[in-house]
Structures are given as structure tokens and as C-alpha cells.
Design a protein around this ligand. Structure first.
Ligand SMILES: Nc1ncnc2c1ncn2[C@@H]1O[C@H](COP(=O)(O)OP(=O)(O)OP(=O)(O)O)[C@@H](O)[C@H]1O
Length: 237
């Protein structure tokens, strides 16, 4: 079990109406490591995460989570099975307090009596303890990103899908988020599928890269395996 991928995506396709976005996308996500998908704007990275989560149907191909076929499961069942999604733009509920936003994470917890693991969450994200009564909408972008990740962790996932966590936040906070991710991977064995545009942040956390173009993967490997020039070619805007 330890050596098998936590998630395998085989040849999936997905579309918005007539507009086909994923065209035979294949990747595998290593257990207890960070796998990062990079690629230019609009190549289908967000669509890939949405399809894995079940927010968009896969019209062809299959998705295996811990060797079980989850292709057609609805999002709430995937969440209960242990997949958490941190969407691009974070989707904090602005009028709810930080604590109430965290409570929403419990909806996806497989145990209905589960409570927020406050000690763990606040030791990872001390700012959320100080601000627990503050409205989510009054936090800075970086704090909202931390809240969004914390809310995902409240459901006790084994796989975290993370869409551009550094978008619009300052480099020092991005670096902090990077260290927290590393901690979660190394200490809790969390598996992460990250979509990222910033190579510096990606380099801080990534074990294995995939490069996506027009709905499919065109290159993959560890940082050592990939030549810098190749990376630049696939992320240049
Ligand atoms: N809800 C939607 N309806 C129709 N088309 C969409 C929808 N969402 C995204 N698209 C289109 O699908 C394509 C892929 O979008 P997607 O968001 O997956 O790309 P991305 O690689 O994540 O890019 P970005 O980095 O800009 O988020 C784009 O051409 C986009 O315009």
C-alpha cells in the first residue's frame, strides 16, 4: 500500500458543454509527497482538480483513489473518502467567523461526531486562533488562504487538492504556507496534488512535477530530472 500511488488518473476527458478541456489526462499522485501540476493559463489545471473532486464529470477514463474506482462518486462522497479541495480564490464565507468557517470543514468528516482539532489547527496556523471570532471576509488574502487550508484539514483528509495557494499573496506568507505543507507531508504523511504557477514556491515543496498543455500532460519528472530550460518552456506565458 505504501508504494502504490494514492491517486491515479487514467486518460480522463472532461468538458464544459461543447468545449472539451481535458483530453486524455493521465497522472499519478505519490503517497506522502507533493505532486505539482504546472502549465500556462487556461490549459485545464483547475478543470483537472474539479474533475478529480467530482464537481465536473469525467466523460471518459477513470480515477482511482487508494486503488478504488471513484470516477463517478459525487463530491461529498469523495470528501468523506478522504479527499479535500482547496479551490482557487479560497471560497471563505465572508460573513461567518473564522471559527464558523472551520466548522464547515466538519461537514466532510466521515465521523459525524468529530470536533475541530483545535490544538493541531492553531499550532499550524496561530493567526487563526487570534482571529477566531473575526469575520472571514476581514482577513487578508494570505490569512484567508491559511483558513481555507485549515478548513480542508478539519475533515481529516489523506489527499489535499490545492489550487494556486500563492495567488495574490505576499512571498513571505507563501513561504510560510510552503513550510506548513512540508510539515503536513513529513509529519502526517499527507499527500498533496498542487496546481501552481510560481516556480519558487513549487520548488520549495514539490517531489514530482507534471507539465500540462491543452488538456494533457506533456512532461513529468523530479526537479533533478527536468532541465531548467524545459521547465521555462512550459510555464512561460
Ligand atoms: N465554467 C466554465 N465554463 C466554460 N468554460 C470554462 C469554465 N471554466 C473554465 N473554462 C475554460 O476552460 C479552460 C481551462 O480552464 P482552467 O481554469 O481549467 O485552466 P487553468 O489551467 O486552471 O488556468 P488558470 O491558471 O487560468 O486557472 C479555459 O479555456 C477556460 O476559459
Amino acid at each position: 500500500m505504501m508504494n502504490t500511488p494514492v491517486l491515479t488518473v487514467n486518460n480522463i476527458s472532461a468538458a464544459y458543454g461543447q468545449s472539451i478541456i481535458l483530453r486524455g489526462t493521465t497522472l499519478s499522485v505519490k503517497r506522502g509527497a507533493v505532486t505539482t501540476v504546472m502549465g500556462r493559463n487556461g490549459v485545464g489545471k483547475t478543470t483537472l482538480l474539479k474533475t478529480i473532486m467530482g464537481l465536473l464529470p469525467a466523460q471518459e477514463g477513470s480515477i482511482l483513489f487508494n486503488n478504488e474506482n471513484i470516477t463517478a462518486l459525487p463530491p461529498h462522497k469523495k470528501a468523506k473518502a478522504g479527499i479535500a479541495y482547496v479551490p482557487q480564490g479560497r471560497e471563505i464565507i465572508p460573513r461567518l467567523s473564522v471559527y464558523e468557517n472551520l466548522l464547515l470543514g466538519l461537514e466532510a468528516h466521515p465521523d459525524r461526531k468529530a470536533k475541530i482539532p483545535e490544538e493541531e489547527i492553531y499550532s499550524l496556523f496561530p493567526i487563526l486562533k487570534d482571529f477566531r471570532k473575526r469575520a472571514g471576509g476581514n482577513l487578508s488574502g494570505g490569512q484567508q488562504q491559511q483558513l481555507s487550508i485549515a478548513r480542508a484539514l478539519v475533515s481529516n483528509p489523506s489527499l489535499l487538492l490545492l489550487d494556486e495557494p500563492t495567488e495574490g499573496i505576499q512571498p513571505s506568507i507563501a513561504q510560510e504556507i510552503g513550510s506548513i505543507l512540508q510539515q503536513l507531508v513529513q509529519q502526517k504523511g499527507l499527500s498533496v496534488l498542487l496546481v501552481e504557477q510560481k516556480i519558487d514556491f513549487a520548488n520549495q515543496v514539490t517531489d514530482h512535477y507534471y507539465f500540462m498543455d491543452r488538456g494533457r500532460m506533456v512532461l513529468d519528472g523530479t526537479a533533478e530530472e527536468l532541465k531548467h530550460s524545459e521547465l521555462e518552456k512550459h510555464i512561460a506565458v
